[in-house]
Design a protein around this ligand. Sequence first.
Ligand code: CA
Ligand code: CA
Length: 86
Amino acid sequence: MSDKGMPPRARRPLTNDEIADLQEQFDECDADGDARIDFTEFSQLLENLGSEVPLERRRSHFDTIDLDHDGAIDRAEFMEWWRGAS
Ligand SMILES: [Ca+2]
Ligand SMILES: [Ca+2]
């Protein structure tokens, strides 16, 4: 009997490819190029993903991702969200 000991969605470091991918996503999302995703840009991202999330859920989602609550998602927060997203 073997115990693999690995949960199916274990957190792991991102590969360079994934990081490059995320940075691309981030830049696409960051419409005004200030290296931060504000709520408007985030809303747009959700729409681009085809997600029909009601406005109040977007807001709470946004607040969850915005770890330091400065009103915008920076790259680190974006990646953290992506890694933790289920
Ligand atoms: Ca921006
Ligand atoms: Ca933030």
